[in-house]
Write a protein that binds this ligand. Structure first.
Ligand SMILES: [Zn+2]
Length: 267
């Protein structure tokens, strides 16, 4: 995957979106943002449809401008279908949809370090080939603190186990590696410029992320897009960065952020 995304300056501190690709906490000076309750942000983001999340995922991809909105929507749906298909396939093959058990049966080494070795960036979890998954406990603990903020549990429900969700997402990256010759997220390619008669075809990184999210949603059976976790997890590190990310996602979806003054947390 290529990480040379053009990140909008106001997102620079951490909120690059997508599990495992958050940036370092230091960045250029940013304008202050109005605080927003996390419960309200989660409530708003719940309204986004699959295509809106696809737009967001593509906005993080260097190849974003290669596609029309129609093509992005089509690829989003196909990537989601791929995530669902492999979740069912793995659950069927190994006889469990519990991510921890699945990881064990698939021969993964799951480790739970406090933080990534390089402290230059915020990272929630990562997969390292051939068979290592790291779940960073600092992130999980911060998420548990965010979970008890007013209104959050009502939106995210008791079904959310953040550790299991992160694990399921990373597990998909292992599945992708295993089935790389045939899996949609790796076989789908886009033609980049190259002098004739050469061909330069590239995979589309965000398809793996979209599929990983859907894979995780299918296994954990949560009733919303795991992409909500981008804002949710960032909130544990920086409330301002979470608000900026939320505002950007709402903007990409063509929705207006709702007014915090009218907010009363659901219980
Ligand atoms: Zn990922």
């Amino acid at each position: 995957m290529s990480f040379k995304e053009k990140v909008k300056p106001y997102l620079e501190p951490i909120a690059d979106g997508l599990f495992g690709k958050q940036r370092g906490m230091r960045g250029p000076q940013l304008a202050p943002v109005a605080p927003r309750p996390i419960g309200l942000m989660m409530e708003d983001l719940l309204r986004l449809d699959d295509e809106a999340w696809g737009t967001y995922a593509f906005s993080r991809d260097v190849l974003n401008r290669k596609f029309t909105p129609e093509k992005r929507a089509e690829l989003t749906h196909r990537a989601m279908e791929c995530g669902r298909e492999y979740a069912q396939k793995m659950a069927g093959q190994y006889g469990t949809s519990n991510p921890t058990e699945l990881a064990k049966k698939m021969g993964m080494q799951v480790e739970y370090p406090e933080m990534p070795k390089s402290a230059a960036r915020v990272l929630f979890a990562e997969f390292k080939a051939p068979n290592h998954i790291y779940l960073y406990m600092d992130a999980v603990r911060k998420a548990r603190t965010t979970m008890i903020e007013p209104g959050v549990k009502a939106v995210l429900t008791d079904k959310l186990d953040i550790g299991q969700l992160l694990l399921a997402h990373e597990l998909f990256h292992y599945v992708e590696e295993t089935y790389k010759k045939e899996i949609f997220t790796r076989t789908e390619k886009v033609e980049l410029w190259a002098p004739k008669p050469l061909h330069n075809r590239s995979t589309i990184g965000c398809l793996g992320e979209i599929a990983a999210m859907e894979f995780a949603r299918t296994l954990t059976d949560i009733p919303y897009s795991p992409y909500l976790m981008d804002v949710f997890l960032v909130y544990g590190y920086s409330k301002d960065a979470a608000v900026r990310l939320y505002e950007e996602i709402m903007g990409l979806a063509g929705l207006r952020p709702s007014n915090p003054e009218n907010y009363s947390p659901a219980t």
